[in-house]
Design a protein around this ligand. Structure first.
Ligand SMILES: *Cc1c(COP(=O)(O)O)cnc(C)c1O
Length: 398
């Protein structure tokens, strides 16, 4: 069948592709260690599930308001005030079916042919494709490992043209785990305001930060930057609710209204009982996260230390999220025992999976061919086993 041209511009998410390949190998009885996971390995807390079950029993199973229930919007507004010191009205908030859907709706509502959207690499895999589906052009700038995988204000300034509509900021970052300090955010905000562009701030990993790092939203640094900020957040990562599909945007009223129209003609409301349970997630106890973060922190240190001990591998200690993004370019040019010379992240990933039964996502998918992304959202035991295999794989290169 002849398809629309827009489908030819995009590819399926490579992170899902590698996870699926590892799953297929597992199903064949092969003992694969998968570092591909893009979701926390903890279960959704019981108090949140209980509210969803009760909502179902109470018959809360019909259409609900398209932009999210008034109760959920109120819980989001209270969260943004409590955690981020930001004031929003209900007309500034729209709930969608996951933060990915939020970003997709932003793109459909705000960007079009001729618009340039600046994206720092390494980037979350979906940003460029979401931009392309809106007909706009992704402009990639390089956040170098030696700069902690963060872009500088000068880099941003230099990339802005009269066509620039928006800068996509993701702190803490997937895939690098890099997080911008308050001073760094302030400096980026200065450029955004002076050049009069907007910023899409993806804050989905806000709660997963380590070493007492203080999270800040770029919207916090004054009214001028706040009105140019499209704040995106969601429940998937902080509450381990990836399957519930709840994300939200806080932004300019006009943008939210346009997104509401798009949503009303596409998905309609976020799932009724997930909406209900999300009110509990945001308003209920948050203490469980302390334990989750402590566990992630333990794994983060272990995996970083082990990677840095391998010849030719260089890994920064991430400040947030649950990924490490080690640079393996030191092994490029070497040969596998079967005589294959490794020259890029795709070949290295294939070597690791095919010959050592360990799945990592090639960095090229995130715009950085020197690296691999390894998730540590898995048990310490599995991490140890997988890292042993990577070490053996690297050491057997000649
Ligand atoms: C996981 C993730 C999202 C999307 O999460 P949803 O499950 O759609 O809410 C958005 N941005 C980044 C950087 C992510 O890693």
């Amino acid at each position: 069948m002849k398809l629309a041209t827009r489908t030819t511009k995009i590819q399926p998410s490579p992170t899902l592709a590698i996870t699926n390949k590892a799953k297929t190998m597992k199903a064949q009885g092969i003992d694969v260690v998968g570092f591909g996971a893009g979701e926390p390995d903890f279960d959704t807390p019981d108090h949140i599930k209980a509210v969803a079950k009760k909502a179902l029993d109470d018959g809360y199973t019909k259409y609900t308001p398209v932009p999210g229930s008034p109760e959920l919007k109120a819980a989001i507004i209270a969260k943004l005030k409590r955690d981020n010191g930001l004031e929003y009205a209900p007309a500034n908030i729209i709930v969608s079916l996951g933060a990915k859907h939020s970003i997709f709706n932003v793109a459909q509502a705000a960007w079009e042919e001729g618009d340039e959207i600046i994206i720092p690499a390494p980037y979350w895999v979906s940003y460029p494709d979401i931009v392309l589906l809106a007909g706009a052009t992704p402009v990639i700038i390089e956040a170098k490992q030696e700069n902690g995988f963060k872009v500088t204000p000068a880099q941003l300034d230099a990339a802005i043209t009269p066509k620039t509509k928006c800068f996509i900021l993701n702190s803490p970052s997937n895939p690098s785990g890099a997080a911008y300090t308050k001073d760094e955010l302030k400096a980026l905000a200065e450029v955004i305001v002076r050049r009069d562009i907007t910023v899409l701030s993806d804050e989905i990993y806000e709660k997963l930060i380590y070493d007492g790092f203080e999270f800040a939203s770029i919207a916090q640094f004054g009214e001028e930057i706040k009105k140019r900020t499209i704040l995106v957040n969601g429940l998937s990562k902080a509450y381990s609710m990836t399957g519930w599909r709840i994300g939200y945007v806080a932004a300019d009223k006009g943008l939210v209204e346009a997104m509401n129209n798009i949503q009303s003609q596409s998905t309609s409301n976020p799932v009724s009982f997930c909406d209900k349970a999300s009110v509990e997630a945001l308003n209920g106890p948050q203490e469980f996260m302390i334990e989750w973060v402590a566990e992630f922190d333990r794994r983060r240190r272990y995996i970083t230390d082990r990677l840095n001990a391998m010849p030719g591998v260089k890994c920064l200690l991430p400040q947030g999220a649950f990924y490490v993004f080690p640079n393996f370019s030191g092994v490029y040019g070497k040969s596998t025992p079967s005589g294959k010379i490794l020259t890029n992240s795709t070949e290295l990933s294939a070597y690791l999976l095919d010959e050592h039964n360990v799945a990592a996502v090639p960095g090229v998918a995130f715009g950085d061919d020197a690296c691999q992304r390894l998730s540590y959202a898995m048990s310490m035991k599995a991490i140890e086993k997988g890292i042993d295999r990577i070490e053996a794989a690297v050491k057997s290169l000649k």
